[in-house]
Design a protein around this ligand. Structure first.
Ligand code: G6P
Length: 612
């Protein structure tokens, strides 16, 4: 969704802003713009609906300057248009804003009554007016200090913001502020940066400072200072970002999704590194902040997330319940937060998010905390809002995921849940022998995923064929069920084919009415005690001339019941769902390629949904 980048220093900010905006494209956006203070102290704004490359082509070579601010917008208030694109300027003030002003109507009416005119339908433009008014000191020479003006303006705003502001009259500074929408300050050599996402900074610096909610920072070329909304100084520790510029390159792959699918063996190795304990046949997860006594006292686990993060939670809940024998389930964070959930003593809540910025997941985490519950995070982005909100947790260390649809972070999250299940299991009743079995199964995962990736040509052929149908069913039973759900999610997100997941056991209770030659079924069939039952479901489909793609561990098991078979290496039954999900990623990828879709940036979707 919306992205911010800002620069102050001796260089021309325009190429830095454009490069930063291009790096933010993956988040999803509909318009882009920038504002700089030119050499003669004039404010210059360029913005338009469309791609960053179109904006870059439209910026004249003579437009140069510093400081500068840039923005990619994802429409919330007002349609995508040139006028609604950011920055919004009023007089010498220009702003870019991520987030939503909740009392926008009231503020706008007040400003209109005072004679203000607006050029856009956005709530964000209000900031430019409020800050300009606060900077203006009637009858006194010169404007009020920009930081002070921003502070005064923010006092009347209710809502969320990541904000960057410049004032052409004070070209030696830039002000940024945060409340509920991320802002990072990037530290350079006699130059400073700010952005809403590290992706925009990695080309220039890896030293960053994360602002907290309610903080304002003034950036000058030679340093920065941070304060609270009531003007108290704060001290900040710089962190070094793990990702480098290469992490944001497709690296010879046609798409980021393809690169990220192929990164999985290395990612899973990193997830496991240093976390398996051979002596006690268990797993250690450093950041849980749960001592064994507390871990033993857990009576229930509730996992919260959205989209693929939720589906990875469904898989994770199953692993925890199976290995630790602690009742566990997952729920969409977006539903949980609105249904006035009962927060139980003895329940461990876990928020799952790749970005760590999904608003619904954050709100669910805050709801649990507000009611006194204990909540952990399973998050990929270090220093993200959810990572900082939770009482402890586990980082995936999967590296940046650029493609909108999740692949490597799905399997990485599932693997973290397997580690957590092993850890809790060994504290509860999992035997040392079973602990050893699961730990050695986990170690085999990277090699087995690499083996699955060698099946790509075969899967691509099937995808080409299946993409000709209007849609597909995905079915699975118990361990295969979350795999089927995530498989359907992948396919619908990027191929735009209708894809529906059903528990195999439910098929005859309704959806079988749709089965026939025109609707193929992808069946995920782990080699466990339910194989026979799965096969009888396939028999029901075949009896109605339904085409079946069997994704399992043995061609012999599928027998005559499948038109096509994908044989996936076998691990321990509890871990097989992780392996079975990989061919379904490749299936969705190649179906989308076959249909000519924008694989990495599917229509209507954003990588990180930071609004409700
Ligand atoms: C968006 C994306 C999904 C993603 C979900 C959760 O809806 O389009 O692909 O699974 O957000 O994202 P998170 O960053 O919280 O894992």
């Amino acid at each position: 969704m919306c992205g911010i980048v800002a620069y102050i220093g001796g260089r021309d900010s325009v190429p830095i802003l454009l490069e930063g905006l291009a790096r933010l494209e993956y988040r999803g956006y509909d318009s882009a713009g920038l504002a700089v203070v030119g050499r003669s102290g004039d404010l210059r704004v360029r913005k338009a609906k469309g791609r960053v490359s179109e904006l870059a082509a439209d910026v004249p070579a003579r437009l140069k300057g510093s400081p500068g601010i840039g923005h990619t917008r994802w429409a919330t208030h007002g349609e995508p248009s040139d006028d609604n694109a950011h920055p919004h300027a009023y007089g010498p003030i220009a702003i870019v804003h991520n987030g939503i002003i909740e009392n926008a109507e009231e503020l706008r009416s007040g400003l209109l009554a005072g004679g203000a005119t607006f050029t856009s339908q956005t709530d964000s433009e209000i900031f430019a007016h409020l800050i300009a008014a606060a900077a203006d000191r009637d009858g006194v020479d010169g404007p009020r200090d920009l930081e002070e003006a921003v502070r005064i303006a923010l006092q009347s705003v209710v809502g969320t913001y990541g904000l960057a502001v410049l004032d052409a009259r004070s070209p030696d500074r830039l002000v940024v502020a945060r409340n509920g929408s991320p802002v990072l300050v990037g530290i350079g050599d006699k130059e400073m940066f700010a952005a809403s996402d590290v992706a925009a900074l990695v080309r220039y610096t890896r030293q960053v400072v994360h602002l907290d909610d309610g903080e304002i920072a003034t950036l000058r070329a030679d340093g920065f200072r941070t304060t609270t909304l009531d003007a108290r100084r704060t001290t900040k520790q710089a962190a070094v970002i793990e990702a480098d510029a290469a992490s944001y390159d497709a690296d010879g792959h046609a798409h980021f999704m393809h690169k990220e699918i192929h990164e999985q063996p290395g990612v899973i190795e990193r997830v496991l590194r240093g976390r398996l304990d051979e002596r006690f046949n268990t797993a250690h997860l450093g950041g849980l902040n749960l001592d064994p006594r507390e871990a033993r006292g857990i009576r229930r686990v509730k996992i919260l997330g959205c989209g693929s993060a939720y589906y990875s939670g469904v898989l994770g809940a199953q692993l925890i319940e199976e290995l630790a024998r602690v009742p566990a389930d997952a729920e969409p964070a977006s539903e949980f937060r609105y249904r006035s959930p009962v927060i139980e003593e003895g329940t461990l809540y876990i928020g799952v998010s790749q970005s760590g910025e999904t608003y619904d997941t954050l709100a669910a985490v805050q709801e649990v905390k507000r009611k006194g519950g204990r909540v952990l995070g399973v998050v990929n982005t270090v220093g993200s809002t959810i990572a900082r909100e939770v009482d402890g947790g586990v980082y995936l260390h999967a590296g940046p995921e650029v493609s909108v649809t999740s692949t490597k972070t799905f399997t990485a999250t599932a693997t973290v849940f397997a580690l957590l299940a092993l850890h809790l299991g060994r504290i509860h009743d999992l035997s040392p022998a079973d602990g050893r079995r699961i730990a050695s199964g986990l170690r085999r995962l990277p090699g087995q995923i690499a083996e699955i990736l060698t099946m790509e040509a075969e899967i691509a052929g099937l995808a080409k064929d299946l993409a000709q149908y209007p849609g597909m069913f995905f079915v699975g039973r118990v361990r295969g069920w979350p795999v089927a759900r995530e498989g359907a999610q992948k396919l619908k997100e990027i191929s735009y084919l209708h894809a529906e997941a059903y528990p195999a056991s439910e098929l005859k209770h309704g959806p079988l009415a749709l089965v026939g030659p025109g609707l193929p079924t992808v069946a995920t069939v782990p080699d466990d005690e339910l194989v026979e039952k799965n096969l009888s479901t396939l028999g029901e489909i075949r009896a109605r001339q339904g085409r079946v793609l069997f994704v399992g561990h043995s061609a012999a098991a599928a027998g005559q019941l499948a038109d096509n078979v994908l044989v996936v290496p076998k691990n321990e039954p509890e871990l097989d769902p992780i392996l079975l999900s990989v061919p379904l990623q490749l299936l969705a990828y190649h179906a989308a390629v076959e249909l000519g879709n924008d694989v990495d940036r599917p229509r209507n979707l954003a990588k990180s949904v930071t609004v409700e």
